[in-house]
Design a protein around this ligand. Structure first.
Ligand SMILES: C[S@@+](CC[C@H](N)C(=O)[O-])C[C@H]1O[C@@H](n2cnc3c(N)ncnc32)[C@H](O)[C@@H]1O
Length: 440
């Protein structure tokens, strides 16, 4: 499997194999995208339908060895026969660092070992290069529903999707709505967050501070771009955004420099912005991340509303998972991981998450059944070997939880650690751009 996987996150662009590598030799996604229209829903075999509902929590863990959580008995009907027998997982293990534009899935082998044996209907909320989707199908998933908001990811998957026929369904969609794509309760949901190598390494997508291109950063190519934000947000709002989404300590200085520069001419290119940011910061010492790393992360998060997407996806997964179903999330920076960690903690607690602030002041908080059981007390990290093979893995953290039979509750986003003040700064966009965002 040659699916390449990318990851986002602070510092993700500084090591060999990423932004310091030569420009990509070849990309296939852009050419394929012309064949797929927005909101495409594609069965790998045209007209094919998924098998009628089977209980997705079926688990051959009863008969096979595996990780402790996979072996625990589930409150579910007996396993149904699979459409085709499982084969060994095919986690990619390239001998050398991946080429630019090639996405090497992060923590895939670790993930498969934890969720093995793979059975039932899974949803991969972040298709990207298809590494996770294919591995789940190859490991024995009855079927996989794969989402991506990037039309190029969906188009690129057309080159290999046919091999899986009706076992694979592709949807161009945001994962905040993932429950709408589940025809029945799911055996598992996986979110491999951030951007793919295909996105990061393509200068024309505007995610990269090392490859000059238009200042875009829109995963789904809709709504306000990074250039819109940089050229229209008031200085204070820009500084808040850089601080909250990039944890950039020089946020005010950088915002001031941006406002000064754009008064002369709009900032349109990634290279231009990266140079401007570098000039605001002390010279880099050996081993330091690129000075633009944090600001680019902040802009990308804001442009794609990544943190609200994540918070909504977690509650959507809670609604979509069957009792015993597994939720796995791979995060690449602390803002993402904090949201996942807090969600798991709240959702596995025996109090009503919507009631939690009030409950803190009551002597007897309202009890409520936990909706998840945490399977990873501490996040699982990539091995030194994986990081050597794929430097973009180095900031990755995998957390897993198992759905209980308790009814879904949802959660107040304020309890998840979303930097709400930064979200408010987007209301500082001019009306015309706010309308653009609302249409998405
Ligand atoms: C790190 S890549 C996934 C790589 C993939 N797991 C693989 O093995 O190749 C993240 C993907 O998630 C997609 N994505 C990010 N945010 C999304 C969202 N809110 N809804 C749907 N897709 C999203 C990106 O477009 C990107 O293709």
């Amino acid at each position: 499997m040659s699916a390449s996987h990318v990851c986002s996150g602070l510092g993700s662009e500084k090591l060999p194999g990423s932004e310091n590598s030569p420009a990509p030799k070849e990309r296939t996604g852009a050419a394929a995208s012309a064949t797929v229209s927005p909101e495409t829903t594609t069965a790998a075999t045209p007209g094919a339908k998924l098998e009628p509902a089977k209980h997705p929590t079926e688990s051959a863990a009863r008969t096979q060895p595996g990780p402790a959580h996979a072996r625990a008995p589930l409150a579910s009907p007996p396993p149904q026969p699979l459409a085709r027998p499982p084969v060994a997982p095919s986690a990619p293990a390239p001998a050398q660092a991946p080429e630019a534009g090639q996405h090497v899935p992060v923590l895939l082998e670790t993930f498969l070992a934890e969720v093995s044996p793979v059975r039932g209907l899974w949803l991969d909320a972040t298709l990207g290069g298809g590494g996770y989707t294919r591995a789940l199908l190859d490991a024995g998933a009855e079927a996989v529903i794969a989402l991506d908001r990037d039309p190029e990811a969906i188009a690129q998957a057309q080159t290999w999707a046919q091999a899986y026929g009706a076992r694979l369904r592709l949807h161009e969609a945001r994962f905040s709505r993932l429950d709408e794509f589940a025809p029945r309760p799911l055996a598992g949901v996986v979110l491999d967050l951030g951007v793919s190598s295909m996105q990061l390494d393509a200068p024309e997508r505007g995610f990269s501070f090392l490859r000059d291109g238009p200042l875009d950063m829109r995963m789904d190519k809709e709504g306000p771009s990074a250039a819109d934000l940089v050229n229209t947000l008031p200085e204070d709002a820009l500084a808040d955004l850089l601080f909250h989404y990039g944890e950039e300590r020089a946020a005010r200085r950088i915002a001031r420099a941006i406002v000064k520069a754009r008064a002369k001419a709009p900032i349109r290119r990634t290279g231009e912005l990266a140079t401007l940011i570098a000039a605001c910061l002390p010279p880099r010492r050996k081993g330091d991340i690129h000075p633009a790393t944090r600001s680019f992360q902040a802009l990308r998060i804001a442009v794609n509303a990544e943190l609200t997407e994540l918070a909504q996806a977690l509650t959507a997964a809670e609604r979509a998972l069957a009792p015993g179903g597994i939720l796995g999330v791979i995060a690449f920076h602390s803002l993402e991981d904090r949201i996942v960690k807090r969600f798991f903690k709240r959702a596995s607690a025996a109090i009503n998450p919507l009631d939690a602030p009030a409950a803190a002041h009551r002597s007897s908080p309202k009890p409520c059944a936990p909706r998840f059981e945490i399977l990873t007390k501490r996040p699982l990290l990539p091995s030194a070997k994986e990081i050597a093979r794929n430097p973009r893995a180095r900031s990755a953290k995998l957390r897993l939880a198992r759905r209980t039979a308790a009814p879904a509750q949802g959660i107040d986003p304020a309890l998840l650690g979303l930097p709400l003040s930064a979200l408010d700064t987007l209301s500082a966009l001019p009306q015309s751009l706010r309308a653009k965002r609302g249409q998405r």
